[in-house]
Design a protein around this ligand. Sequence first.
Ligand SMILES: Cc1ncc(COP(=O)(O)O)c(C=O)c1O
Length: 477
Amino acid sequence: MDALRRDGPTSLQRQIYEGIQAAILQGHLPVDARMPSTRGLAEQLNVSRVTTALVYERLINEGYLFSRSGSGTFVADTLPRSHRRSDRHEPLATAESLLSARGLGITARVTALARGAGAFVPGVADAQYFPFHIWRRLQNRYLKRNHAELAGYVEQGGYLPLREALCTYLYASRAVRCSPRQIIVTCGTHQSLDLLAKLLTDPGDTALVESPCHWGAPVVFSAAGLQCAALQLDEEGACLPDGETDARLAFVTPSHQYPTGRVMSLQRRRDWLSFAGARNLWLVEDGYDSEFRYDIDPLPAMQGLTSESRVIYLGTFSKVTFPGLRLSYLVVPDVLAEAFAKGMTQLYRPGFLATQAAMADFISEGHFASHIRRMRGVYAERRRLLKSSLETHFGQAIHYSHGQAGLHLAVRIGPPGTARKMLEQAGAFGLSLRGAYTLDPQADDGNLLVLGYGGIREGELDEAVQRLRALYEQCRS
Ligand SMILES: Cc1ncc(COP(=O)(O)O)c(C=O)c1O
């Protein structure tokens, strides 16, 4: 046993316990070995006898030692076999050889960035502006006292006052028409996607997905057993499939296509709605960052354009508040409301009711709207600064893609393949870059960069763009 540390944070009792336990597990104390008496061990270690007696008592209770009346305490033979040195199995092979085919598919392409903020992590909000003092107060409201209604398993579909507050907000901000029961609160868009894929499709069905897109949709859909087929983009947004299709759903981001920034035209929205209505097709409309438009008012969500719509609308609090909150929602047609609430409970047994309650108050007391107003100004200015800095340092070498919205700027950079090299080498320049995530990696022309400005302060932007320029110089061939 290592020498005891008498002034450290770990108690003597714990150190002795862990020392004996390790000696047994590692085979240094063989089965049936006789242990010193508690008095003898106490003297040997210069600790009180009460300490060693408590250690032995615990080790006996846990099955490491046993006592034989009158003859002493011994090392037991009741260890799990896998703990015994002689019974050790071969070490596990590589993760690749252990994962299922589905597991391999899920983990094959690295998608989430390792860094959560900084230049130019896309899609992250600037949490430093979030009014945490208000948020804390609202959370405390529900944590300080006993709220029996928040302590059990979740009500189906989520906390009702939050769904009511969301209903009002979604109608006013995006013309989404629904009743509270149509809103299902989830813990992140991935969960929303997983839920709808599992409830509305069967393995082997086809999902149409914009390409390029946010990586989450194809990863989650494929894991649910769906075949993903690419939807091309043109100036009006996601194109309808050329010929007939037996796809069960189409995933689109009409308010701000991710990552190109295109806004789907009203005509194209109507085309999609009538296309879906005439087939057995669900339109999955992701309005992930529609709060942030800096030029025109947002177009109404597809969801609200017809009353008999086959649209599942997805929203998230990640962009408006902060992603670590993991709060998002789906709006489903009334006819599916009960089934989705049930499905949510059956699959995930969701929780976080106190957080949902705090968010309901955050919205209904007006903090949400004022935070959005404030952040719209912050991001608009950041976007302006980023563009102007890019113009200064890149001039004609960069072409901006569409739209004045969201938390990122998508740029095209030549010559072909340069952006791909920049993605590979960005880390060495302290930058986090994203390119286009296409369904078929071969279809990526390697020219697109997604530059997030949510996680970088105004004062740091120009210096980061200069690093981007240095990276570009190194990579252009
Ligand atoms: C298009 C799109 N939808 C949804 C999300 C993520 O939302 P959540 O944080 O709810 O998973 C992102 C995140 O970047 C996104 O780009």
